[in-house]
Structure formats: C-alpha cells, structure tokens
Design a protein around this ligand. Structure first.
Ligand code: SF4
Ligand code: FES
Length: 247
C-alpha cells in the first residue's frame, strides 16, 4: 500500500505545532500501525529528516503506552490499542490523519507524545491496600463471590492508556478512575481504604484539570478494554457514601 499521512509535528511543549504531510510506500496490510510508522521513520532517517516521535512499549496491547488519534478516533477504527491495530483496516491510497491525545491535562511533549503522568498521580493518590505480606494465604480463607471476582477482574483490565480522556468532549478521566475504584471496591482486600480512596482519587482527578462526566459515553466506545460506563456510577455512589459519612 501507498499512503498519505497527515501527522501532527511539534518540536516541544512550547512549539505551536502543525500538520505535516508525508507519503509512505511499501506498507504491508499485515503490518501493525506502529510498524507502518517505523517504515515512515526509516524513510525520514534516510532522507536526513527528523523521525516522528511516538510512544510505544509492549506492542502487545497490555502496557497502555501507545496513544494516537487516528482519523479522529482514539486508537483508530477498531476496538483495540494502536499497537494492535493492523494496516488491513486501511486500503491503498488512503489518507490518514494522526494526532496526539488532545486534553488540557495531557500536555504535548513532542510530536505525538503526550505527558500522561496525571493518571499516575491519580493512582498514587489512591494509596495502598491493607494486605498482609508473606506467603500466599490459603485461597479459600478470603471468600469472594464469583460475580464480584469477575467484575473486579474485568475492570482491572484497564491499561491506563488515556483513550477515554482523549475521546471525551469534556476531557474527563472518569472512566479510568471509575475502573480503578470499582476494581478494588469489589474485593474484600480493598475495603479498609475504600472510602478514603474514592475521595482522594476523585479530588486528584479534578486537581489535574480533567473535566467532569456528563454521560456522553465516548469514553467507553473508545476504550480498547471495553470498560463499561457503569464504573462511573459506582465511583459516584462510593463518593456520595464516603462524603455522607464524613470521609
Ligand atoms: S478506561 Fe479504557 S480507555 Fe480509559 S485508560 Fe483504561 S483502558 Fe484506556
Ligand atoms: S504499546 Fe503497549 S499497549 Fe500498545
């Protein structure tokens, strides 16, 4: 495939930035989207031009590092991460627009790389859980109802990629915070700090400049792990309970 790429280039946080157009040739439909960008960067290197900076680590859909707005969709046209998106989703002659995550809380570092450390600070504000260390306890000594275990597991699949924030017109990270709150709030090990955790994490979310949730649902539609919207309801219920009881 031969493609036209319209890519956001920005030399640093202070640069205004803008869209640059490139032609890339010889892309296989079996390549991942990031491998296609590797091909472009090889072309740019050979031409003595600055390669396009973008984030990636595992390239297996598990670390949450990759992050691109592709033709206006966070992680592109499939329900997956950018690194797991394959070029068979595109066709020869296509024009593809590639931008960084857009959010006031995610400042651009360079080109397509944004600073997502605000999500780390929200996690940090949640603190620790009170679990004994040492050898693993006997599995049946802490019974967990099957439905609770399944729900905790399903929302624990959130990889912290930030697509929910990029897709949300309000720039809210409520789906991310709701996933973390629900994951630990469903399990017995998460109960001792349950109420202080929700107050601290929601406060940090707001302090980082993320917007509020108005139930639009773009977050869940963009989420590569299909985290459901009802984690936001659970977060809000827990927050109300915590504040009512003076936490
Ligand atoms: S909730 Fe989904 S979109 Fe948001 S950070 Fe987690 S995995 Fe990414
Ligand atoms: S690079 Fe790890 S999830 Fe995409």
């Amino acid at each position: 495939m031969n493609l036209t790429l319209k890519i956001w280039r920005q030399t640093g946080p202070e640069d205004k930035g803008g869209i640059h157009t490139y032609q890339v040739e010889g892309v296989s439909s079996d390549m991942s989207f990031l491998e296609m960008l590797d091909v472009l960067n090889e072309q740019l290197n050979e031409a003595g031009e600055e390669p396009v900076a973008f984030d990636s680590d595992c390239r297996e859909g598990i670390c949450g590092t990759c992050s691109l707005m592709i033709n206006g969709d966070a992680h592109g046209p499939e329900v997956t991460t950018t690194c797991q998106l394959h070029m068979r989703s595109f066709k020869d002659g296509d024009t593809i627009t590639i931008e960084p995550w857009r959010s006031a809380a995610f400042p651009v570092i360079k080109d397509l790389i944004v600073d997502r450390s605000a999500l780390d600070r929200i996690i940090q504000s949640g603190g620790y859980i009170s679990a004994n260390t040492g050898s693993a306890p006997e599995a049946n000594s802490v019974p967990v109802p099957r439905d609770d275990a399944m729900r905790a597991f399903n929302v624990a699949t959130c990889i912290g990629c930030g697509a929910c924030v990029a897709a949300c017109p309000n720039g809210s990270a409520s789906l991310f915070v709701g996933a973390k709150i629900t994951h630990l709030g469903e399990l017995p090990q998460g109960q001792p700090e349950r109420w202080s955790r929700v107050v601290d994490m929601v406060s940090q979310h707001d302090a980082e400049g993320f917007g509020g949730c108005t139930n639009i649902g773009e977050c869940s539609a963009a989420c590569p792990k299909e985290i459901p919207m009802d984690v936001i309801s659970q977060m809000n219920r827990d927050l109300r309970t915590a504040l009512t009881h003076g936490h």
